[in-house]
Design a protein around this ligand. Structure first.
Ligand code: PCO
Length: 194
């Protein structure tokens, strides 16, 4: 085995956790805590939309949290790196948990108006992309949801299905984000960490 290959195998797997403006983003600190327990084997960065930041304190997380403002701060002139391209190169896997209806619709239609959707738009389809939908049950049941999830699956992206429970707004039904343990299990499987 060549030295180069050994070096590659020693490297930690690089995980981007994307999060969006669903109330399920309150689970981000728990998800990051679980992933951080694997920190001998994974390196994690969070990419949050501005609306996701409403649901957790980014300064309380033990990993870098990148937002739209970083994209703009980093780029001053033509030679400067473009953050979303750097990140799509850096990552071994992208997990969007939660993906809200708005970001789901944007991704399904190729829109890219923030750091997270730009990473998705530039994503290397040879690398795994997982998404965990979370939304109100009436939004979940609207036929456009299944249509947009179908579009993402056709690109090879993997759904981490939502579950049925009492939602934050009081309605009961499908639309709750998968359990953190399920999401971590998918990441471990995808990266061969089990
Ligand atoms: C409610 N919307 C939601 C979004 C999805 N909900 C969830 C869970 C959380 C609590 O376990 C919030 C994570 O219910 O993913 O609740 C009305 S728009």
């Amino acid at each position: 085995m060549s030295g180069g290959t050994e070096q590659q195998q020693d490297q930690k797997k690089r995980v981007i956790v994307g999060c969006t403006g669903s109330v399920a983003s309150i689970k981000i600190p728990f998800l990051i805590q679980e992933l951080n327990n694997l920190n001998d084997r994974v390196e994690v960065k969070v990419v949050a939309t501005d609306h996701a930041l409403h649901f957790f304190n980014k300064d309380s997380l033990p990993v870098p949290v990148l937002t739209d403002s970083h994209e703009w701060e980093m780029w001053k002139s033509v030679q400067d790196p473009v953050l979303h391209i750097e990140l799509r190169r850096w990552a071994d896997i992208l997990v969007i948990a939660p993906v809200d209806c708005n970001t789901l619709a944007k991704i399904a239609n190729g829109l890219c108006d923030n750091l997270l959707t730009c990473i998705v738009r530039a994503w290397d389809l040879n690398k795994p992309l997982y998404f965990a939908p979370a939304m109100n049950t009436y939004m979940w049941e609207h036929p456009i949801t299944a249509q947009q999830i179908g579009t993402l699956k056709n690109y090879g992206y993997k759904e981490i299905p939502c579950i049925e429970k009492k939602l934050a707004c009081g309605d009961t039904g499908f639309g709750a984000m998968a359990e953190v343990s399920t999401i971590v299990g998918c990441i471990k499987d995808a990266l061969d960490l089990t």
